[in-house]
Design a protein around this ligand. Structure first.
Ligand SMILES: Cc1cc2nc3c(=O)[nH]c(=O)nc-3n(C[C@H](O)[C@H](O)[C@H](O)COP(=O)(O)OP(=O)(O)OC[C@H]3O[C@@H](n4cnc5c(N)ncnc54)[C@H](O)[C@@H]3O)c2cc1C
Length: 426
């Protein structure tokens, strides 16, 4: 395991080890000078790119830069909030990733110098790259919702990055008396995990129904439509008829401000004083994307859909939630799929070859109750530079499926999470 705080000496040592190991590979030109790929962000996208690169071409010197020593996964974190699982079930170490011959560097990438092809990590360690991959996930737009700042998030958690925030929201629900009002504010598109707010509302409703049945849950939404809407709404009618209310944009659901002192969420038409307020605010690509110059004015990163190379800065690739990926939603499944395509393209580009045009798949499961799962799936390919739905592919769960099918899908969801986390971190 090479996880640790980085010093200049460590980086030099790692580089020496990699040069030595490169001597075992026959191609002389590259063996003398192994191509260097640095990946920033060890989440679903970044850890996948790093491992896929090493698998496809072990001669490539791969460095993975990640802020945390342990990764905490968002998928299934709504189950933690609803008391159905522990946070530890979401947490994964980088031991196996580092064991693959990847140099794992703990630290924050702060500066990218694209002209010099270098970046600075933590207290000033400089890493040189031939190609850089940025996979930083999302950051919260702290300036987008009046009243919502870092201090406000300590009272009104977003829980949109899993970890302490997830536990805070869970504790607040546990501490609430029966009969309390829970309010979730859902943002406009685009944001991480389009079905996520509605899965969260469902599982919190399940918790309230079983533990605090006199309580009420309101979703205030900045949209009129959302992912798997009919499936969610049918299930809510069946499972949580008097407990859960969804207020759409056109019914006045858009949140215009929050007031942490009174735990209030404010729209143009009403003020909701919540016992528990879960504010899911507007988002943007992780900060390093902006610092590297690969994010546009939308806050997200335009990419070439075949190579995931930035359309703004050459030799920098972006994968996962940070991208503008046409029809592809921001999901862990998507991040993993994009990462594999990006790694394959990088190997080709490094060899001076032309990357193949990809087809990418996404499937997102959601739980409406512990034994009630639904899904949406899609297939995408580049059309005129944009990842576009392949006609006739994909779809959602059947609207009239029997309970046995819903239970089976809940099981599939569980299987998917185990499989993807095992592939990325196991
Ligand atoms: C409640 C919830 C439920 C979800 N459920 C699902 C689901 O069921 N299925 C699904 O497919 N998706 C789901 N998602 C979405 C999924 O979590 C994201 O789409 C996925 O994590 C994106 O992967 P990523 O690698 O782009 O970002 P992340 O997984 O967030 O990884 C980014 C990593 O980069 C690191 N990082 C950032 N900046 C730096 C820097 N400057 N230096 C070093 N390291 C840095 C971070 O620490 C982090 O580890 C859910 C999300 C939420 C919030």
């Amino acid at each position: 395991m090479t996880a640790r705080g980085t010093t200049r000496r460590d980086v030099v040592k790692s580089a020496a080890a990699l040069t030595a190991s490169a001597a075992f590979f026959p191609r002389p030109a590259i063996a003398q000078n192994p191509p260097r790929v640095v990946v920033v962000g060890g989440g679903f996208a970044g850890a996948t790119v790093a491992r896929a690169l090493k698998k496809l071409d072990p001669r490539i010197a791969v460095t993975l830069v990640e802020v945390n020593r342990t990764f905490t996964a968002c998928p299934f974190s709504n189950g933690v909030i609803a008391g159905l699982r522990d946070l530890s079930a979401q947490q994964f170490s980088y031991e196996k990733v580092a064991g693959d011959g990847i140099v794992f560097t703990v630290g924050t990438a702060n500066v990218v110098d694209s002209a010099a092809r270098s970046l600075i990590v933590g207290d000033g360690v400089r890493l040189q790259y031939d190609r850089l991959v940025l996979a930083p996930g999302i950051d919260i737009r702290w300036d987008a919702l009046p009243g919502y700042d870092l201090a406000a998030a300590e009272h009104m958690p977003h829980a949109w990055k899993a970890g302490e925030q997830t536990l805070l929201l869970r504790r607040q629900l546990e501490a609430m008396e029966d009969g309390g009002l829970v309010v979730i504010s859902a943002p406009a598109n685009p944001f991480r995990c389009p079905p996520g707010p509605y899965e969260r509302a469902s599982l919190i409703a399940h918790y309230l129904k079983t533990k605090k049945p006199r309580s009420k849950l309101i979703i205030l939404d900045a949209k009129d439509a959302f992912s798997k809407q009919k499936l969610f709404q049918n299930a809510w009618k069946e499972l949580y008829p008097d407990l859960l209310e969804w207020v759409s944009l056109s019914s006045g659901g858009k949140v215009t401000a929050v007031e942490p002192a009174t735990n209030s969420i404010i729209t143009d038409f009403a003020r909701h004083e919540a016992k528990v307020a879960n504010v899911i605010p507007p988002q943007k690509a992780g900060r390093i994307a902006e610092l590297a110059g690969v994010a546009d004015r939308s806050g997200w990163c335009p990419i070439d859909p075949t190579t995931f190379e930035s359309k703004l800065v050459p030799n920098i690739h972006v994968v996962g939630d940070a991208t503008i990926a046409g029809g592809m939603p921001k999901s862990a499944f998507t991040a993993n799929a994009q990462a594999k395509v990006c790694a394959a393209a990088l190997v080709r580009l490094i060899r001076g070859e032309t990357p193949d045009e990809p087809k990418l798949i996404n499937t997102c499961y959601s739980l409406v109750a512990p034994d009630y799962g639904i899904h949406v799936a899609g297939v995408y390919r580049p059309v005129n530079g944009v990842l576009t739905d392949v006609e006739g592919s994909g779809g959602v769960s059947a609207i009239d499926a029997p309970p046995a099918t819903r239970a089976m899908e809940a099981n599939f969801a569980d299987g998917w999470f185990k499989t993807i986390t095992n592939e990325v971190f196991g």
